[in-house]
Design a protein around this ligand. Structure first.
Ligand SMILES: O=C(O)[C@@H](CO)OP(=O)(O)O
Length: 223
């Protein structure tokens, strides 16, 4: 039996303002910092052989808090753009209620939760500086559906996480709402339609116990 734990970052400043975030690089609120500590408390006694996170600081700070609380600061951590939140395109930074008023509740639900809906795109991709300076500019997105994000998230899981799990090494992923929804879809084999109803709370660890073929033995996701 091996453990895979996934944690969505604590509340971010954009979450508190009810803004679309995506690749905006915002920090945690005080409440978000508390949520990261609470997540760590729930994981007390566990150990991980590797930590995986995005290049966005809300996830990185949450991962560091958890590592620190568990005295696992020495554990290797990989920060990858592949675990970034889904890119929200031209919606990022906009208040979600404003878009409900402008485009209607159903359209906003589609943008937020359907597997294939692509939010309005940026006119051009962001410059690849800061966390993206090691990144090929040709793959900077202008907006992503969950399906498009899934195409870059799952190869990371298959190449970098699953082999360590198959080797009996417990893994921690600290990421984002949509990143974790994509991973849940893959790990639990959830249909394109049913992924619409799955929400991931800030700072609530999802703990999967997997067998030696990575089939699920137990999970707390629906508790
Ligand atoms: O804004 C975002 O990037 C995400 C997660 O916070 O929001 P939503 O739940 O609306 O997809």
């Amino acid at each position: 039996m091996v453990k895979l734990v996934m944690v969505r970052h604590g509340e971010s400043i954009a979450n508190a303002l009810n803004q679309y975030t995506g690749w905006n690089n915002v920090g945690l609120t005080q409440e978000g910092i508390v949520q990261a500590h609470v997540a760590a408390e729930k994981l007390k006694g566990m150990s991980f052989d590797h930590v995986h996170t995005s290049v966005l600081k809300r996830a990185i700070i949450t991962a560091y808090i958890i590592q620190d609380e568990l005295n696992l600061n020495y554990v290797p951590i990989t920060k990858t753009w592949r675990l970034n939140e889904r890119h929200y395109g031209a919606l990022r930074g906009i208040n979600k209620d404003e878009t409900r008023r402008e485009y209607g509740v159903e359209q906003v639900h589609q943008w937020r939760r359907s597997f294939y809906s692509i939010p309005p795109q940026l006119e051009q991709p962001d410059p690849n500086v800061g966390p993206y300076k090691y990144f090929d500019a040709r793959i900077m997105p202008v907006a992503e559906s969950l399906y498009q994000a899934y195409q870059r998230i799952i190869p990371y899981y298959v190449d970098q996480v699953a082999p360590l799990l198959l080797d009996g090494k417990d893994q921690l992923i600290v990421a984002h709402g949509s990143t974790i929804r994509a991973l849940i879809k893959y790990i639990e084999n959830i249909s394109d339609e049913d992924i619409d109803g799955i929400e991931v709370a800030n700072g609530k660890p999802l703990i999967y116990e997997l067998d030696n073929k990575l089939n699920i033995i137990s999970s707390n996701r629906t508790e």
